[in-house]
Write a new protein. Structure first.
Length: 448
């Protein structure tokens, strides 16, 4: 394979405003006065929820008035940081009693993103929702449409979307620096899956954990200790998480989706292992075919995902790691990232670092960084009437739907699934459609 060519994680720091606006939000949105104080609640109080709520609370116009967590043991840090905030274990009670909220962050395990997020949108609240936006494709569509109908500001927690690194990569692609894009390869070394046997036991529920509320919309089952579900490994489990792809795909596919202006995929095919009865598999290889755009070479463009120990083909790796680069010497592929193959060159985008242009003719090319923005403050600023969040649900909803299609495809290895996005339906494998929308357990049926 030949490649023609021509021509830190401290992403929260050094951020300045810049927007990637979705077309639907132009006027009439429900925003507060610029001088108003935003009364905010956090669903989740530790882990990613802690990162979200503290970042949001650093905005001078935010007052955190409430938090919700099904595990009382996780609330100590939150209580200390926000001593005047009221704490709830049931999100429904919080929403019933906190009548003067304006915004929330939903930073729970994936299976509760949609029920909580939709309830908040229906209350008229601006929603910052963690990635993936929901656990299932139908839920994503519901949140996207509801936010649009209610004219609320939203943001998905793909914070690198607003970073200088990803914005710079998007600009390089859209400026045509590597020509029209022919294909993209993306990967993550994470392994949110499990091929082992599920323990057949029922452990005592830890004091302070409301197991029924933790299960939420999912069917009842015994609690299993040692982190099988809570707090550490729920991402591996089919009912609660969305595997490596749901976790990291929303991040790493984001600049691909944005740079190429992608829409819904036409088809998706998994070459890796299927999940077992309880957990996602690892070492995925998932092929997407998207309609071509102004930034791609043909009528369609392929984007391939790899995780765990899987990586792009050797020919691609060999070229990318043996050829001088504009932003550094040739070297190993990053642990996570993407390779964009264009008609005029190749770009490597690490997760998270500045893009690198591959090829002798790029040796003296100077990459001009694009300013970043504070992803969390951008959300609050919008609620105050200033700007539009770049990862609002009209952008991040379709992105999430595409990612979740890959999760469905892993259940049907080596079968190409043809997708009709408008109908939310697979056209050629009827069995796959039962994974578009799942049933909620008794008592939770109307949650989404």
């Amino acid at each position: 394979m030949q490649f023609p060519y021509r021509t830190r994680r401290s992403f929260i720091k050094n951020l300045a405003l810049g927007l990637g606006a979705a077309p639907f939000i132009t006027r009439g949105l429900m925003a507060q006065s610029p001088s108003a104080k935003i009364r905010h609640a956090s669903f989740g109080t530790s882990g990613m929820a802690w990162a979200d709520v503290t970042a949001i609370a650093s905005h001078p116009s935010v007052e955190v008035v409430a938090g919700c967590d099904v595990d009382e043991r996780s609330t100590a840090q939150f209580r200390k940081r926000f001593p005047n905030a009221r704490i709830y274990s049931d999100y429904r009670e919080l929403l019933a009693k906190e009548s003067d909220l304006q915004s929330v962050n939903v930073s729970t395990p994936d299976h509760m993103h949609a029920p909580i997020g939709l309830a908040c949108l229906n209350r008229g609240l601006h929603v910052y929702g963690q990635k993936p936006l929901t656990h299932d494709i139908y839920e994503t569509r519901r949140l996207t449409e509801t936010a649009r109908e209610k004219k609320l500001f939203t943001q998905m927690g793909i914070q690198i979307h607003s970073s200088s690194e990803y914005r710079t990569a998007v600009k390089l692609i859209q400026d045509g620096v590597i020509g029209k894009v022919k294909e993209v390869h993306t990967w993550s070394s994470k392994k949110w899956g499990d091929t082992g046997v599920m323990p057949e036991k029922a452990d005592p529920v830890p004091e302070g954990l409301n197991w029924d509320l933790w299960l939420g919309v999912c069917e009842e089952r015994p609690f299993i200790g040692n982190g099988w579900y809570h707090p550490g490994n729920w991402r591996k489990r089919l009912d609660f998480g969305t595997g490596t792809f749901g976790d990291m795909g929303c991040h790493i596919y984001d600049p691909v989706f944005k740079a190429l202006a992608l829409t819904a995929p036409l088809s998706v095919r998994s070459e890796g292992a299927a999940p077992n009865s309880h957990s996602w598999a690892t070492d995925a290889v998932i092929h997407y075919i998207f309609p071509g755009t102004a930034f791609t070479e043909g009528k369609t463009v392929e984007v391939v995902w790899y995780d765990g120990d899987q990586r792009p083909p050797e020919a691609i790796k060999a070229f990318a790691t043996s050829t001088p680069q504009a932003n550094g010497k040739a070297g190993e592929l990053p642990d996570q990232g993407s390779i964009f193959i264009g008609t005029e060159g190749v770009m490597i985008l690490p997760h998270i670092a500045m893009p690198r242009l591959v090829g002798e003719s790029f040796k003296n090319f100077k990459i001009e960084p694009v300013n970043g923005a504070n992803h969390w403050h951008q959300f609050i600023d919008a609620a105050l009437g200033n700007g539009i969040p770049g990862a609002n649900f009209d952008y991040s909803g379709p992105l999430t739907e595409a990612i979740l299609l890959g999760s469905v495809a892993t259940r049907f290895p080596k079968q190409t699934l043809e997708w009709n996005a408008e109908a939310l339906k697979f056209l050629n494998i009827a069995e796959a459609n039962r994974f578009v929308r799942r049933s909620y357990r008794h008592g939770w049926e109307t949650a989404a």
